[in-house]
Write a protein that binds this ligand. Structure first.
Ligand code: ADP
Length: 530
């Protein structure tokens, strides 16, 4: 049974309508899929004219609506340099993938992308359209660029560090070295080291040692830090380095090699050796000096003993001579003529002067001999005692001795008294002032006391200042000012025995100030006193 003819035509219309509505529905679906496809896609005619694009493409190209691109040539959206690539792609007429081009967005920015092309053919096999799938690769490019920069930075860093840096594989073969390491290995280019080992560059023994170390590091995973290595090159030159080697692990923690840093410390090592030598030399010199000092001390002691013995022994015969002179002067006064008497008086004066010298020599030699026992000495009381001792001279010269506040010291009383007495005695003696004035003062310093004994006496010429402390050195005759010239030498010896210093400051014609220091280990201030 068939359809009546009008019924037939009606039904074919219905079928057609149905088919076309089915096609419309199909097209909608395709459109929907096309538009929702996440990859930017373009449909162009075979000449490159844009027929359609999806939403993802609009976003990719930063366009608001399709109208901005439809009917334009795809070449308008491509950077000039890359346009030939697109022309080639479209002309090739075969499927192509991942062609790199730079798109130009609506706002004029370049967007790196990869294009894949598919061609649509009509039923006769003629290419009608091209479908361009576009992948935005700007993020990938950026990462690659960053990596390239990082690599460059890493290389610059490696080469600008003066230490040798190297990477080795599990077999201790060089994978990468920096420029300073290449220089040390005698290579022009760091690349030349790749694949080689220490055995290619160093003396076998040294290469063996480093190989063993490195294998141990890679076996145990324990780094080697700052090992001082004596590097021996093949031609026998030795240098020293401080080597640090650290294992490198892959992302699973498996050791895949090591990185080494070695710092050349040859100069340091040479300096160290020189210093060691210098130290040994210094020790030797110090020992020699100590021996000389000991020897000097011994011979000084001997000399002191000898001086002491001689002066002591001289005293007895001198005493006898002086006694006989006095007998002669008393008992034979009448029998001698005037001249004989005069000679005898001169002999007596000379003997008496000789006695003074001997006394001074005795004191001087005693300073070194008796220097052990210290006692608590209140210098204020001591100076009062000395002033009393000098009372006659002070009064006869209409002089004044002014004593400022002085400390209390633990010291050898006999010698501190001798010291002040000599200086005050000189201050009174070498003084032609109408009213001689001696002033004693003391300044406390961190490590020592500084004492001053000043006078308004005759003063000392500058050229004589250094000589005064020599034994028997005098600036005046004994007729002018009596004395032996031993007083200041005794003072010097006393002060130096305490570890102090003594000197004089003077203005000729105006007065002098004798200064001396006593290190604090020789005194103790009594707390709360005064
Ligand atoms: P002496 O007092 O026995 O001569 P010293 O050793 O005490 O020996 O002094 C050496 C010399 O230093 C003295 O002869 C004198 O010329 C000079 N002298 C010492 N003290 C003073 C002083 N206060 N003022 C000037 N000259 C001095």
């Amino acid at each position: 049974m068939g359809w009546p003819s009008d019924t037939q035509s009606a039904s074919s219309e219905i079928i057609e309508a149905f088919q076309s509505s089915v096609k419309i529905i199909e097209d909608d679906k395709i459109n929907l899929v096309f538009n929702l496809h996440p990859e930017a896609t373009l449909i162009t005619a075979s000449d490159g004219t844009i027929i359609d694009c999806n939403k993802a493409f609009l976003e990719f190209c930063r366009c608001k609506s399709k109208n901005e691109v439809l009917n334009k040539s795809v070449l308008d959206l491509i950077a000039k340099n890359d346009q030939s690539k697109i022309i080639e792609v479209l002309n090739s007429r075969c499927r192509l993938t991942n062609v790199e081009v730079n798109f130009i967005s609506a706002d004029g920015c370049g967007i790196p992308a990869e294009i894949s092309v598919n061609f649509i053919k009509d039923p006769r096999g003629k290419i009608t359209d091209a479908i361009l799938s576009i992948k935005d690769v700007s993020e990938r490019k950026r990462i690659l660029e960053t990596l390239k920069n990082d690599q460059q930075m890493f290389n610059v860093l490696m080469d600008s560090i003066p230490d040798a840096i190297y990477f080795k594989d599990l077999n201790s073969r060089f994978i990468k070295i920096n420029r300073p390491k290449a220089i040390r290995l005698g290579l022009k280019n760091p690349e030349e080291a790749v694949g080689k080992t220490d055995f290619d560059f160093y003396h076998e023994d040294f290469a063996h040692e480093t190989y063993e170390d490195e294998q141990e590091i890679m076996k145990t995973g324990e780094a080697l830090i700052g090992k001082i290595e004596e590097v021996r090159s093949k031609d026998g030159i030795t240098r020293w380095v401080s080597a640090t080697k650290i294992p490198i692990r892959d992302k699973n923690g498996k050791i895949i090699g090591l990185v080494g840093i070695s710092r050349d410390i040859t100069d340091l090592k040479l300096m160290e050796r020189k210093l060691e030598h210098a130290n040994i030399e210094l020790k030797r010199h110090i020992e020699e000096l100590q021996k000389v000092q000991e020897e000097l001390k011994r011979s000084n002691r001997e000399l002191e003993n000898y001086t002491y013995a001689v002066s002591h022994d001289l005293k007895a015969p001198l005493r006898a001579i002086r006694s006989f002179i006095s007998f002669l002067l008393e008992d034979y006064k009448e029998k001698l003529d005037k001249e004989g008497l005069e000679y005898l008086k001169r002999i007596d004066a000379a003997a008496s002067r000789m006695n003074e010298f001997i006394e001074d020599l005795l004191i001087l030699s005693r300073v070194g001999r008796k220097f052990m026992e210290v006692e608590k000495v209140d210098l204020n009381n001591l100076l009062e005692e000395i002033t009393q001792d000098f009372k006659l001279i002070i009064d006869s010269k209409n002089a004044r001795v002014i004593v400022n506040r002085l400390p209390m010291l633990y010291i050898q009383r006999i010698w501190i008294k001798q010291l002040f007495m000599n200086l005050i005695d000189n201050g009174l003696k070498f003084n032609k002032s109408e009213a001689p004035r001696i002033e004693v003062s003391c300044e406390e310093k961190t490590e020592e006391y500084l004492f001053k004994v000043s006078d308004n006496g005759i003063g000392i010429r500058e050229e004589h200042l250094n000589k005064l402390f020599n034994l028997f050195e005098r600036l005046h005759s004994s007729e002018e000012y009596e004395g032996t010239g031993a007083g200041l030498a005794i003072c010097k010896k006393i002060v130096e025995n305490w570890g102090g210093r003594i000197w004089v400051e003077s203005v000729f014609g105006k007065g002098s100030t004798f200064c001396f220091t006593i290190p604090k280990k020789y005194w103790t201030e009594v707390k709360g006193s005064g």
